[in-house]
Design a protein around this ligand. Structure first.
Ligand SMILES: [Zn+2]
Length: 279
């Protein structure tokens, strides 16, 4: 796990073991807010040890940005904290999340002690503010990458934890294309100083607008190309010919995983557009 201090009192932790997934910690004198956990218990334990043992601070809140296992599975390791998320995240963890964890346990012994912990503080719409130790964390429901997705603005620092609505290739195959386009546009308008992506490197001051605009261009480009496939009456498989490079993104980040994510985007978008057209 890589630990990075991006402000006096804000850390980002990046997994070395799973797709550069990130978690964050906002430190205050009244306690710490954790934003997501990492996938493997060993890495979440390292975050916990750093905050509790090395810094001597208490973790009061764990915000779960969305139900995907690489972000949420470690919540059980913080029994003293309030677990916060969108109402839909609670539902999805309770259904898909439980099933997914059973499968993980069957395949990977290191998850034997893991269990699903549901958020005990949820919101349905609008925003939710957490005020703690002079800091305000504002949670936004941004359905895009997934339908339960929450982004977190640390208001004092204008640092935005975008979770998986921002990745080296933005993805929506478990969510909604229009939702993600809207989320990226809103993030550009919010004009944060830094964006912590759900996977990959932190977007630094001065790069934010360029990178988010690049994500938006990618999303618009794939729609244009998938629409052409549909207009030509070609089958779903034809989207496989649309390369990631032709949509303005590199296939290198996340050890090449982005090419698979791109393909999943294309298939999902084909279905979304096709079903829409059939109605
Ligand atoms: Zn995700």
């Amino acid at each position: 796990m890589l630990r990075e201090r991006i402000a006096d009192d804000i850390y980002v932790f990046t997994s070395r073991r799973y797709a550069q997934v990130t978690a964050g910690a906002v430190l205050t004198k009244e306690g710490v807010v954790l934003i997501d956990t990492l996938f493997y218990p060993e890495e979440t334990q390292a975050i916990k040890d750093f905050i509790e043992k090395r810094l001597g601070l208490t973790i009061c809140y764990v915000i779960i940005t969305h139900y995907h296992a690489d972000h949420s599975t470690g919540a059980w390791m913080f029994p003293g904290a309030r677990i916060v998320g969108h109402a839909r995240c609670r539902d999805l963890l309770n259904t898909s999340g439980r099933k997914g964890l059973e499968q993980m346990k069957a395949q990977m012994p290191e998850f034997q002690s893991s269990r699903i912990v549901l958020p005990d503080m949820v919101f349905h719409e609008g925003t939710l503010n957490i005020h703690i130790g002079g800091k305000t964390l504002r949670l936004y429901h941004f359905p895009g990458h997934s339908l339960d997705m929450v982004g977190v603005m640390v208001v004092n620092d204008r640092i935005f934890f975008a979770s998986d609505n921002s990745m080296p290739v933005p993805t929506f195959f478990d969510g909604n294309y229009d939702g993600l386009v809207k989320a990226v546009r809103t993030m550009i308008e919010m004009d944060p100083t830094n964006v912590v992506q759900g996977h990959g490197e932190v977007i630094l001051r001065g790069e934010v607008e360029t990178i988010l605009q690049d994500d938006l261009n990618y999303l618009l480009k794939i729609k244009e190309k998938v629409e052409q496939v549909i207009a030509r009456g070609e089958p779903r498989e034809a989207v496989e010919n649309i390369t990631i490079e032709s949509c303005g993104k590199s296939r290198i980040p996340l050890h090449g995983l982005v090419a698979d994510l791109h393909l999943a985007n294309l298939r999902h978008l084909y279905d979304e557009l096709k079903n829409g057209a059939d109605q």
